[in-house]
Design a protein around this ligand. Structure first.
Ligand SMILES: *Cc1c(COP(=O)(O)O)cnc(C)c1O
Length: 375
């Protein structure tokens, strides 16, 4: 018997919840390769002056670490509201350790046994996992064949399933495209009967071709709408774990009932504040990432592949290639991208100019070698 089997037996001997038995922990491979383009991180390092500002703010917080942090992270909520604009105030804002925790708290408050979450697949793979962890049924709603989500279809599925929570991912991971207002509005109207919470996960909003077209504009008069954001992507702070949402104040009151007291550490609050105050430098890198993203779309089209239009920092593409073989070929060249488990498709994060070049050259040389007659 191998050590792993031993551990499985030991795990199974514990009084683990029945619905967790046989599961494996989620996580993309953290491989040590030269060019890591598989988890949609911001590939630009935090600029030196922003690093220095974070260190200074964290060092100030260090002096008070003997005390619990501000449980309401009031200053951070004020500054996040100011960043988002649209007349939002601190009352409308909530934050947590990444938007994953934001979504988990929303499911703890509004999901649970006998309740359900509806989302439209393919979409972010954490939604079913967070649903499972909170004992909420996950309903995989359908998209059109080209992965778009027509408003009438989305609304119809909401009326059919009457979920407690609907999650719309916009721009969608893994397909990259943002949803029109009509989809959010149609889903919101259709969820009136079931009194569902409608979450728009805007993790990639800052990379959108039209960043002004955020669902935050739709919050006024829609008390069940929640717009979730993160500092993991555009703000280049995946390692800091800071996510937040904007919604009616009573939505924040609901998650206050399930959050752990002091869940957002003083170090996290200080880091987030320093990054927000230096957002000009961070958002400048967003512009160069968008250029690399557009370059990937253009070059893959030129190579005869079919990339989706992208509003994010990654590109989803299909074509007449063997996805597994291309993925492995790139990995051999030190370029790690993502096989999202959709036949004939792969996803790549836009990197720095050099990283993006390494990816594009790899794809081109793979296509040439695959097209070459056998020697
Ligand atoms: C990356 C990503 C997140 C971010 O999660 P964090 O916990 O904030 O790091 C959220 N939603 C989607 C769709 C993502 O791709």
């Amino acid at each position: 018997m191998t050590a792993t089997n031993d551990r499985t037996d030991l795990l199974n001997a514990l009084p683990l919840r029945d619905d967790l038995r046989g599961k494996t922990p989620y996580g993309a491979p953290q491989l040590d390769v030269a060019v890591t383009l598989n988890t949609n991180e911001n590939t630009h390092p935090v600029p030196d002056d922003v690093q220095a500002a974070i260190v200074q703010e964290v060092s100030r917080a260090a002096a008070g670490l003997n005390r619990y942090p501000d449980r309401e992270f009031t200053v951070l909520r004020e500054e996040l509201a100011q960043y988002l604009g649209h007349g939002l105030t601190a009352e409308n804002i909530w934050a947590a350790n990444g938007s994953n925790e934001i979504l988990q708290q929303l499911m703890q408050a509004f999901g649970g046994p006998g309740r359900s979450v509806l989302s439209f697949v393919p979409t972010y793979s954490m939604y079913p996992i967070l649903s499972a962890g909170t004992n909420t049924a996950f309903i995989p709603g359908q998209r059109a064949r080209d992965f778009t989500l027509p408003p009438e279809s989305a609304a119809e599925q909401v009326r059919e399933h009457q979920p407690s929570i609907v999650i719309l991912c916009s721009p969608n991971n893994p397909t990259g495209t943002a949803l029109d207002d009509e989809v959010v509005d149609a889903v919101y109207q259709a969820s009136e009967a079931s009194n569902s919470i409608v979450v728009v996960d805007e993790a990639y909003a800052e990379f959108s071709r039209n960043p002004a077209a955020t669902a935050i504009r739709l919050l006024d008069g829609r008390p069940r709408l929640v717009v979730s954001r993160t500092m993991s992507k555009a703000f280049a702070l995946a390692g800091a774990r800071i996510g937040y949402f904007a919604a009616a104040p009573q939505i924040a009151d609901a998650v206050r009932l399930v959050r752990l007291p002091y869940h957002l550490s003083a170090v996290s609050q200080a880091t987030a504040l320093a990054a927000l105050r230096h957002r000009t430098a961070l958002l400048a890198d967003v512009e160069s990432i968008k250029m690399q993203r557009d370059r990937i779309v253009d070059d893959l089209k030129r190579m005869g592949l079919g990339p989706s239009e992208s509003d994010s920092n990654f590109v989803f593409f299909g074509g007449a290639f063997d996805a597994r073989a291309l993925w492995e070929y790139l990995l051999e060249r030190g370029v790690l991208i993502r096989d999202v488990g959709i036949d004939g498709h792969l996803r790549v994060t836009a990197g720095t100019e050099e990283e993006t070049t390494a990816f594009l050259e790899g794809v081109e040389s793979y296509l040439e070698s695959a097209a070459a007659p056998p020697a």
